[in-house]
Design a protein around this ligand. Structure first.
Ligand code: C2E
Ligand code: MG
Ligand code: MG
Length: 583
């Protein structure tokens, strides 16, 4: 029965009381402030509480058709009504029923005969408490900027969806979506623009996904989407494609202008990948990172292989931290010969890592990790110190002092102490800087920062030679070469590999060598594996060569023995496996 339903913005109060007289009195007290609905029986009350979702219930436990306490209990047991505060109306001061009511979970009680002021006050208090609770709940579960579920709520929904779908034999998808380059938007265009982008993207995501899906904002620019009830993996891919299309459209800004963003998405599916919600979330994160590192603006499904990669990476990172202190590194040397004299004139120092748990790990794998975790400076210093020490008095068979080439990471050169450290190492070994060649890759030069230029200049002034490593693999930009004082160009193995059988490569190699000659740079061919390659390089006027055909990288003792060989090219490379023996 609805007594007063004109003003719907008023809070609804349900009165359950067997006495019409009491209802009239209460209606007179509350009618102005609240929307009052009432019932004189338990049966009607049950219907009303569901259909009207009152904000509060005021009830007398003496009902004609059902025990009032049992009714209360059923409201408290029902998920949809358990949070509605109930105020009991008791006859006089019956302690027993009050205690019973409180135990069931009633919020408060009022004694009959009721006083208008007391009724109003008690109801007001209860509603105020409820509103505050709602507010706290809202803050605890929702993101204030976008109004989306926050991390806690989204993960809770994910957990629930997985359990529910497992019972139904369906798949649950979880999608992690991240805005590419969001930091740049925030930093260059202002946080206000960043907020606008987040709000607009939230709206588009919600529009693009299904009604049953949960969209949450789990961190600054990262959204989680729970996709319950999928029949096949393909469904998640379709949603991802749809999302990318919706999000790639330009976003108009309130202050004029527009921005264009792309997103990277990672997806993992329960129970195919795992049915544990935390691991599913972590999987989606891994897949998302793969999407990012694979060039962004794309989506990736999680594969168990990705997990293996991440674990391997973490293990390498963990063991790398201790590797120096535990003497797990060593340095091997790969000789290079002068193609005009066929004599060994130096060697490239190459780092080796042997860990008791991981075994021998390739520098191709661990150097990038050492670079990202800032361990490279100390490791690089170890290589320099070892190489300079090993070569301090080393001569070839003709008695000429040998050069040593050391690979240097951009992170090393970016540190200002690098020059001083290098000087100190060379002075302590009385090593002439002219005998040191520093190999850097193009990556360093791409940053174009003034201090990189300054550092390279200082190293050059010091007398050390600079080599551009792996030329032919990256941008291979000759304009960089012109800007920096390089002494040598190392032609990458891939280039050398095709030199004898692909005409184009031969022409390119010829071009590179002649350009280098024009710039007064020496050319070093890397990865020479056959005699044909060597002859071809010689005929093109290449200065130096290095590769398995001449020798694998070998330790310093093996290298000293190798130096005993007078004319390298007249000997057959007999022990090409000597590196494997040490690894
Ligand atoms: P890189 O500087 O280009 O070194 C040449 C790589 O080619 C070495 O691999 C060498 O063993 C390999 N190689 C030489 N001749 C041949 C050949 O005929 N055939 C084939 N297939 N390979 C050949 P390695 O020792 O595995 O090193 C790989 C890369 O790791 C190096 O490439 C360098 O970029 C990096 N690296 C090695 N040691 C250091 C270091 O001490 N510091 C830094 N920053 N990087 C290092
Ligand atoms: Mg190198
Ligand atoms: Mg190289």
């Amino acid at each position: 029965m609805l007594a007063n339903h004109s003003a719907t913005d008023k809070d609804t109060v349900l009165i359950i009381d067997a006495s019409p007289n009491s209802i009239r009195i209460l209606n007179a007290i509350l009618g102005e402030e609240y929307r009052v609905i009432f019932s004189t029986t338990g049966a009607t009350a049950r219907v009303l509480i569901k259909s009207e979702q009152p904000k509060l219930i005021l009830m007398d436990v003496e009902l004609p058709d059902i025990d009032g306490f049992a009714l209360c209990q059923s409201f408290k047991n029902d998920l949809t009504t358990k949070d509605i505060p109930i105020i009991l109306i008791t006859e006089h001061q019956e302690d027993e029923s009050r205690e019973m009511g409180l135990r069931i979970g009633c919020a408060d009680y009022i004694s009959k005969p009721v006083s208008p002021a007391e009724v109003k006050l008690r109801i007001y208090n209860q509603l105020r408490i409820r509103r505050n609770e709602d507010l706290i709940m809202q803050r605890a579960l929702y993101d204030s900027l976008t109004g989306l579920a926050n991390r806690n709520l989204a993960l809770d929904r994910l957990r629930y969806a997985i359990a529910h779908d497992l019972r139904r034999g369906l798949l649950t998808g979880v999608m992690l979506l991240d805005i590419d380059g969001f930091k740049i938007i925030n930093d260059t265009l202002s946080h206000d623009v960043g907020d606008q982008v987040l709000v607009e993207l939230s709206r588009r995501i919600v529009d693009a996904v299904r009604e049953v899906d949960t969209v949450g904002r789990v961190s600054g620019d990262e959204f989680l989407i729970v996709l319950p009830g999928l029949h096949q993996t393909e469904n998640a891919c379709q949603i991802a494609s749809k999302l990318r299309k919706a999000l790639n459209k330009p976003i108009s800004l309130s202050g004029g202008g527009e921005v264009h963003v792309t997103v990277s998405i990672g997806i993992s599916i329960s129970p195919l990948d795992t049915d544990d919600f935390k691991r599913l979330f972590a999987n989606a994160d891994i897949a998302k990172h793969q999407a990012k590192s694979g060039g962004k603006d794309s989506y990736r499904m999680f594969t168990s292989e990705m997990n293996d990669n991440v674990h391997r990476r973490l293990r390498i990172e963990y063991h790398l931290v201790w590797a120096l202190a535990r003497n797990e590194f060593s340095v091997v040397y790969q000789p290079f010969i002068d193609l005009k004299t066929n004599k060994v004139v130096g060697a490239e120092a190459l780092l080796r890592w042997n860990n008791s748990e991981l075994g021998s790990v390739s520098p191709v794998e661990f150097i990038p990790i050492a670079e990202q975790s800032n361990l490279i400076y100390e490791i690089g210093k170890f290589v320099l110190a070892t190489a300079i020490h090993d070569f301090s008095h080393l001569t070839n068979a003709a008695g000429n002092l040998l050069n040593v080439a050391v690979n240097i990471s951009p992170q090393q050169i970016r540190q200002t102490k690098f020059i001083d450290d290098l000087k100190e190492i060379m002075e302590s070994e009385e090593f002439a800087p002219e005998r040191l060649e520093l190999e850097v890759t193009e990556g360093l030069l791409l940053s174009q920062q003034a201090y990189v230029k300054e550092m390279i200049g200082k190293l050059h002034d010091m007398g050390a030679a600079l080599s551009m490593d792996d030329f032919g693999t990256g941008y291979s930009s000759l304009s960089y070469l012109l800007q920096f004082p390089f002494d040598a160009l190392k032609i990458d193995r891939e280039f050398v590999d095709g030199i004898t059988d692909v005409e184009l490569n031969e022409a390119l190699a010829t071009a590179v060598i002649s350009v280098a000659q024009g710039l007064k740079m020496k050319t070093v061919a890397e990865g020479v594996e056959t005699q044909e390659q060597l002859e071809m390089l010689k005929s093109k006027g290449c200065d130096l060569a290095q590769g398995y055909y001449l020798s694998r990288p070998i330790d310093i003792n093996a290298f000293r023995l190798f130096l005993g060989i007078e004319d390298v090219l007249e000997q057959q490379p007999e022990d090409n496996e000597s590196e494997a023996a040490q690894n």
